[in-house]
Design a protein around this ligand. Sequence first.
Ligand SMILES: NC(=O)c1ccc[n+]([C@@H]2O[C@H](COP(=O)([O-])OP(=O)(O)OC[C@H]3O[C@@H](n4cnc5c(N)ncnc54)[C@H](OP(=O)(O)O)[C@@H]3O)[C@@H](O)[C@H]2O)c1
Length: 202
Amino acid sequence: MKIAVIGSGKLGGTLGGKWAEAGHDVVFGVREPERKRAERSAENPDIPFESPHEAIVGSQVVVFAVPASAMAGIVETHADDLKGKILVDGTNDFGSAGMSHVDKLLTSAPGAKVFRAFNSLGWENFADPTFGGERADLFYCGPEDTQASKVVEGLIQDVGLRPIRVGDLEQVSIVDSVLTLWFTLAVGRGLGRHMAFKVIRD
Ligand SMILES: NC(=O)c1ccc[n+]([C@@H]2O[C@H](COP(=O)([O-])OP(=O)(O)OC[C@H]3O[C@@H](n4cnc5c(N)ncnc54)[C@H](OP(=O)(O)O)[C@@H]3O)[C@@H](O)[C@H]2O)c1
């Protein structure tokens, strides 16, 4: 699977590294690819840096892992490139009522399959998703499109987490409330950032 990860920081760098390890064709879309190539980190030595445009046009899946303040500009600039692709929003806008950018993606990129995932846990849990040998769950939402949701579930599994689909995009606030709970426990209650959730049932 060709995946463009827009942003190569804590979230994007961790996810991109996991997917490259799993055999995907990953590229980082960054604002200064030349500088990134020169500074190349030892963590993900084989993943190319390209401009967001080059990364997006060459990929089937685009995962957003940039600060919320950068999202509107990126989505508007690349709206044509994003049409029809599988788009995964991992960004969090703590300053606004709606934490995600799924509405922006839906209106700017008609025909895209938009998902909300990878936003509700600290990046440390993507780097190491197992606890006492058991893998944690990741809540996500998106369209009931069998092919696209299978792709997104595969990407969640390739990070090492178990996907739990909460529903379609109308459930985005439920997925985002998991982030609020995560912060409350991990940071507010001092449980630490390597902390995730698991659904148990009969
Ligand atoms: N950190 C977490 O645990 C975590 C977990 C879940 C979700 N998130 C969400 O993921 C997003 C990224 O967080 P992060 O912690 O990974 O941040 P980060 O480590 O600071 O990385 C941000 C990345 O975005 C790039 N970037 C910044 N401004 C940009 C712009 N205007 N245009 C293009 N690229 C730009 C940065 O590129 P440069 O290197 O060029 O600055 C960097 O690659 C945020 O929305 C955050 O809420 C974070």
